[in-house]
Design a protein around this ligand. Structure first.
Ligand code: AHR
Length: 484
């Protein structure tokens, strides 16, 4: 028997909804043919794909990072503004294509407004410089009678875009990055970029690029960044991608330990540095690229097919973010459409991949306070770990009136579980959403779009315990109202 104990007063911290963010890059068919498809009957007159927007609204993503990724390290944002037909095409070096620049800053902000999400822009800290970065802030947020603010007005946007979140560079620790930087080079650059960008608009939030390769220098990078830029930076960004390349289900499910380890270690370093530097401002973690990625190569760049086990691992990552809600204040699934993404488009329609469903269920049900759930029960071995709990659990509370419990059953069999409320009582009519498919390798296609899907049913819970049978290899998201 597995027992999950929830106490609505045993809290971890406020859950920032920005942990349900996304990421869109000029890469493959994410922008062109995904979000933006000029001339498609599925697009509006601006070229925005309406089916993609509608599906993304279901994911309730409050923030989307743009325009890269590796792309941003060679991007000139000024190419992507003004009359579309006059914009220059450039060689795109990160992904070896040609960038037409028909979609740029104004299109992205307009798209975000339609999607009901907030833009988060990353500036070029690769082959770009801090002047371009400060000019971009002025273009987006300037309210005075100045050159770039007036340029935005001339381009049809009288009101400032008010972009609040700004990232400085992308994966600067990676040799694959144009303009890769040593720990000290980046700490210096980030400090000066952040200083100038905040001079233009002191209200913006700065996200520094910390680690993506998890190389031996990641601690040194974090330390130098905090020492030099700690007073200017609001978030430190980390990235990771995982996958089941060895086709070892146990090891794949045991990746929860890696997520825990990285988040605990990074949060610890931020806390230690904040303490020793006596920082008055909080510095949070932003996992601003995360997902499953098999690095599939083909003509349709980074077009990944996701199966049920990938959906379980997406839920494990989201559960980890909720359990670290006191430090992780932003996370962006990479990416949103066609490129390592929950959504895939064709000229005539849209497919929801397996990973769409846990993201939607957890994002829709999560309350605003993360709870410190306790659970015990059956265990498994995998990836060199023994004694891992078969269930992976995260919980939230909303206004003391309902709890959300997200449970990943990592067993290939069904298991019984009891959810025990340690204070108060359940108040009857709740709901359970179960994400599952015939087997862990099942995946959706345009012909069979519902092999992996979500089923929501009513669930009545009263008193302080609820017993349920969790389906094999499944994600279950419970929404349980509480008696006040
Ligand atoms: O999301 C795909 C790529 O993965 C991004 O461009 C880069 O930042 C990361 O390596």
């Amino acid at each position: 028997m597995n027992t999950i104990k929830i106490d609505p007063q045993r809290t971890i911290g406020q859950l920032d909804r920005n942990v349900f963010g996304g990421f869109a890059e000029h890469l493959g068919r994410c922008i062109y043919g995904g979000m933006f498809d000029e001339g498609s009957p599925l697009s509006d007159e601006l070229g925005m794909r309406q089916d993609v927007l509608a599906a993304l609204r279901e994911l309730r993503m409050p923030i989307i990072r743009y325009p890269g990724g590796n792309f941003v390290s060679g991007y000139r944002w000024t190419d992507g503004i003004g009359p579309r037909d006059e914009r220059p095409a450039r060689p795109e070096l990160a992904w070896r294509t040609v960038e037409t620049n028909r979609f740029g800053t104004d299109e992205f902000v307009d798209w975000c407004r339609q999607a009901g999400t907030e833009p988060y822009l990353a500036v070029n800290c690769g082959d770009g410089d801090m002047r371009e970065a400060r000019d971009w802030v002025e273009y987006c947020n300037g309210a005075q009678d100045t050159y770039w603010a007036n340029m935005r007005r001339r381009n049809g946007h009288a009101e400032p875009h008010n972009v609040r979140y700004w990232g400085i560079g992308n994966e600067v620790d990676g040799p694959w990055q144009m303009g890769m930087k040593t720990p000290d080079e980046y700490a210096r650059a980030c400090t000066e970029y952040a200083k100038l960008m905040k001079m233009v608009d002191p209200s913006i939030k700065i996200v520094a690029s910390w680690t993506s390769g998890w190389f031996q220098d990641w601690v040194e990078r974090g330390q130098l960044l905090m020492e030099q830029a700690g007073k200017l930076v609001d978030y430190m960004a980390i990235h990771w991608y995982v996958g089941n390349r060895e086709d070892d289900f146990g090891a794949y499910m045991a990746l929860s330990e890696q997520f825990e380890d990285r988040l605990t270690a990074s949060a610890g370093l931020l806390r230690a540095m904040s303490s020793c530097l006596k920082l008055q401002n909080p510095v949070y973690l932003a996992v601003d690229e995360w997902n499953v990625w098999y690095r599939t190569r083909g003509d349709d760049q980074l077009a990944e097919v996701y199966n049920l086990e990938d959906a379980l691992v997406v839920a494990l990552q989201m559960n980890a973010f909720i359990r670290h809600a006191d430090t992780v204040k932003m996370a962006n699934i990479a990416q949103i459409v066609n490129v390592i993404a929950p959504l895939v488009t064709r000229p005539d329609g849209l497919l929801r991949q397996s990973i769409f469903y846990p993201f939607a269920a957890i994002s829709q049900a999560a309350g605003d306070v993360a709870l410190d759930a306790y659970w015990e029960g059956e265990t498994f071995e995998g990836g060199g770990h023994a004694g891992l709990r078969v269930l992976d659990v995260a919980a939230t509370c909303a206004d003391d009136s309902a709890v959300m419990v997200s449970i990943v059953n990592r067993a290939l069999q069904g298991v019984a579980a009891t959810v025990a409320l340690q204070q108060g009582e359940f108040a009857g009519a709740g709901e359970a959403t179960v994400i599952n498919g015939s087997d862990v390798h099942a995946y959706n296609t345009f012909e069979e779009p519902d092999r992996v899907t979500a089923r929501t049913s009513k669930l009545s819970a009263s008193g302080s315990t609820l017993t349920l049978e969790l389906e094999p290899h499944s994600v279950t998201v419970l929404r349980l109202p509480l008696r006040r």
